[in-house]
Design a protein around this ligand. Structure first.
Ligand SMILES: CC(C)(COP(=O)(O)OP(=O)(O)OC[C@H]1O[C@@H](n2cnc3c(N)ncnc32)[C@H](O)[C@@H]1OP(=O)(O)O)[C@@H](O)C(=O)NCCC(=O)NCCS
Length: 155
């Protein structure tokens, strides 16, 4: 297995497949519309600003994706910045799961955030808090979706 992680801006030919994944896993986020999913994914082809999409390849074949995007912290938490860099839409194609690709994508997103001068990243998750807790993420809220933080200084 040779896993490589590349930026979506460098691999725009992957956009249709990633739009299919987005639509399949988070249909409500794109109004259940493939055209909206395509536009949404195309908006992640950035290098120096967010949202910034990444794609994982296994021997050249796309097997997963993740995005670093801006989002607000939950209102019960006090943060100085209005918008925070968040890991979103982490997804690995089912046949490729449990081989460390999700973990690699998380680490690559952390690397991109560090490259852009960030010292921490955040995320919301409905049901994968356990996955992230085991990968250096700290849970900040109890309400669902759970809000989590990963410090980049110690990772
Ligand atoms: C979560 C996901 C990205 C993990 O991808 P992956 O490539 O299988 O991840 P890794 O191989 O690095 O890690 C796999 C481990 O995570 C565990 N795991 C996967 N999803 C989990 C979840 N929701 N909660 C807790 N643990 C989870 C697996 O059981 C596995 O455990 P093991 O190592 O003891 O076998 C993948 O399961 C996926 O795409 N799920 C659907 C989308 C999703 O839920 N994304 C997260 C949104 S916040």
């Amino acid at each position: 297995m040779a896993i490589a992680i590349e930026r979506l801006i460098e691999r725009p030919e992957c956009l249709p497949l990633l739009a299919d994944w987005l639509l399949a896993e988070w249909p409500e986020s794109v109004g259940h519309a493939r055209s909206e999913a395509l536009i949404n994914m195309a908006g992640r082809t950035n290098l120096h600003r967010l949202p910034l999409g990444l794609v994982a390849f296994d021997d050249g074949w796309p097997v997963g994706m993740a995005t670093l995007a801006l989002d607000r912290a939950p209102p019960e938490l006090e943060f100085k910045t209005a918008y925070l860099p968040c890991l979103t839409t982490l997804y690995v194609d089912p046949p490729a799961r449990r081989r460390g690709i999700g973990t690699l994508l998380c680490d690559a997103i952390a690397g991109e955030a560090a490259r852009l001068g960030r010292s921490e990243i955040f995320l919301y998750t409905l049901d994968a808090a356990e996955f992230y807790r085991a990968r250096n993420w700290q849970q900040l809220t109890d309400a669902t979706p759970v809000f989590m933080r990963r410090s980049l200084a110690t990772s």
